[in-house]
Every structure is written in C-alpha cells, then in structure tokens.
Write a protein that binds this ligand. Sequence first.
Ligand SMILES: Cc1cc2nc3c(=O)[nH]c(=O)nc-3n(C[C@H](O)[C@H](O)[C@H](O)COP(=O)(O)OP(=O)(O)OC[C@H]3O[C@@H](n4cnc5c(N)ncnc54)[C@H](O)[C@@H]3O)c2cc1C
Ligand code: FES
Length: 367
Amino acid sequence: MFFSILNTVLIVSGISGFLALLLVVAEHFFANYGECEIDINKGKKIIKVKGGSSLLSTLNENKIYLASACGGRGSCGFCKCTVNSGAGPLLPTEKPFLSNVEIKENVRLSCQVKIKEDIKIEIEESIFNIRKFKGKVEKIVDLTYDIKELTIKLIEPNDVSFKAGQYVQLEAPKYEKSKQPISRAYSISCTPEMKGYIQLIIRRVPEGICTTYVFDYLKENDVINLTGPFGDFLIQETDADMIFIAGGSGKAPIKSMVEFLTAKNCERRMVYMFGARTQKDLYFTEMFENFENKLANFKYVPVLSQPEKDSDWQGRTGYIPKYFDEFIINPKNTEAYLCGSPGMLSAVVKVLKQKGVPEDKIYFDSF
Ligand SMILES: Cc1cc2nc3c(=O)[nH]c(=O)nc-3n(C[C@H](O)[C@H](O)[C@H](O)COP(=O)(O)OP(=O)(O)OC[C@H]3O[C@@H](n4cnc5c(N)ncnc54)[C@H](O)[C@@H]3O)c2cc1C
Ligand code: FES
C-alpha cells in the first residue's frame, strides 16, 4: 500500500516536473512578446525594446546600468527598482531581499522581472550617470598569498568620476570555467584624485568564477570591461569621530577613503581597525603607518585573530570589539564604516550599538 502511494506521488511529481520544464523550454524558444515600451521615471525616458529578457539585462543593453553584484542570479539583491506596472507577480526568488515596505511600494529585483508587456519603472536619477568603460590592466601586484592589487588605466572613456567608497563591476569574459561573461562588484581602492586610473584589491575565493579568472587568467596589458561607479558607502561630511573596521580585501574602500581624507588634511579623530588572521594576511602596513604620520588624528590598528605560535607579533590580538573602549572615545558622536561578510557585519554592529554608537551612524558594505 505504502509503496503504491509512493509510486503514484513520484510519477505525478515526475510528470509535473517534466511539464514545467517543457513550459520553460517552450517559452524560451517560442514565446514572442514583440516590442514593449519601458517608461522610466514617469515619461522622462521611454525606450522601445524587444520583450523576452529580464528588465536588468534589457536596461543594460540600452546603456542603463542598475547595480548587480551577482550578475543577475537573484542572489545579491542589488538590482532593485520600482516597477509601477507590467512586472507580473512577485516571485519567490525576490521575497527574501524585499522588506514589507518595499513590497508595498512595488520594489522588485530587476533581474527577476521579465519584460512581457509595456512596463513603467522608477530609478534613481544618478543611475543615468553610470557608464560602461574599458581599461588596460597596467599592473598586477601580489599583496598577500591570496590578495592581488590591479592597477587599471582607463582607455574608453579615459576617466571616470567616483567618490571614495564606491565600487565598480568587473566583467570576467567567457572562459574555461564560465560559459558566459559574468560581472562581480569590486570596491575602488584608490583615491578619486588618481585621475585616469582605478585600482582594485581582489581576494581569491576558491572556485569563484571571477576571482579564478583574475588570479589564473588575467595578465598585465589585458583589456577589461568595467561598469560603474555604484554605491552609497560614502564618507559623511560631518565633524564626527570615525571608526573604520574591515579585514582582507575589505581594506579596498577604506584605503580609498583614508587616502582621500589624507589629501584633504582631515582633522577628524579616526581609527582604522584592520582584522587579519596571521601576519601573512597583513598588507599595506607601511602605507597606513604613513597615513598616521600625515594625518593629525589617525590611528591604524591591525588586530590578529590567530597569530602563529612562533610569531614575533607584538601588536593586538583577538577579537576587534575587545578594543572598542580604547578607541571609541565619544560613541554618540562616532560614525562607523564597516566592510566584510554579512556575519562579521552583524556581530560588529551589535557591539557598536551596545557601546552607544547610534545605528544611523553605522555605514557598511556587505561583501
Ligand atoms: C559592494 C561589494 C563590493 C565588493 N568589493 C570587493 C573587493 O573590493 N574585493 C573583493 O575581493 N571582493 C569584493 N566583493 C566580493 C565580490 O563581488 C565577489 O563576490 C567575490 O570576489 C567572489 O566572486 P567570484 O565570482 O570569484 O565567486 P562566485 O563564483 O560568485 O562564488 C563561488 C562560491 O564562493 C562563495 N563566495 C562568494 N563570495 C565569497 C566570499 N567573499 N568569501 C567566501 N565565499 C564566497 C559563493 O557562495 C559560491 O559558493 C564585493 C562585493 C560587493 C557586494
Ligand atoms: S542582480 Fe543580483 S539579485 Fe538581481
């Protein structure tokens, strides 16, 4: 009896799965949505497009670049925009990234919305300034065993205007490990004053598509495609104290910010707590010690979580928040700038709030 029910369930699910697959294949090959109209920002721009692709990729083809850190896989939640009509029902893949307020306000993930009819959307005006550009990789430097710095000379256009803390999307072309070009987000690590160039700091992710390309295939003098600048992880123009917390390649946007503040002779009280596992993970130490010499109130504090047993490390060790009392002098008037994994961010934000740093003064980029 039990086996006959199980058999029936398996057969029914098999048939439904097959029919669903058939529908997807049929839609891919035979659906023809014809010409559709995308109305952007209440008629400010209207574009005619061929239906059938995602809103994100269709906008990209029309040189309107929404943020996308996962290349349209529905896993980063960056590609949000308001869709007032023509989007179809909200998909289960979108829900985890949208708050109840956003759902009420018709915010959608543009990579999950397929264009099948005329559609009305709203995007931030600043998105019209985002460009695709080409750059020549002038220099690749190993900063540690798993972190590289790329210096890219911009060739078309030959300059890009960005703010310290912003990021670009780097396109890894189709190669052995990837059947199609994919883009990933990388924070710009140089100061905006370095005209005509951008620098990136990239950490290898084992089996990662883009980082494997960068580490094992990309060579000096190669030309790469970038899009940007994106992001609102920016220095607030106040006189509050600043604490920066980031380890690994999270140093990229912090370096850009500190370099920028150094050029401006900023006198705000600032501390950068750089978390690393061992001495092998430290880099740009001398550079940040030089910032200490140039800036009136800047302190660089590397903290090792697991220094090797026989190491000669004399600096701080353990968990970064253990040192907050020493460096956060006036919590109510402190801004925190954090960069790291979602797990690291939520743990650090919790302690910062307990120490009295106001939640609305905690800014972060989640890598
Ligand atoms: C706003 C923003 C700025 C960023 N800036 C930088 C930067 O300056 N430098 C930098 O190195 N990276 C940065 N990242 C991360 C970067 O965009 C990529 O996610 C990362 O390089 C992995 O890409 P991949 O294609 O090699 O790996 P994927 O092919 O996307 O991933 C392969 C596997 O690794 C896992 N994975 C993905 N990312 C990580 C990770 N970081 N650690 C551990 N496992 C991971 C995935 O879950 C997957 O299983 C940034 C991300 C964001 C959102
Ligand atoms: S592009 Fe990442 S979720 Fe849409």
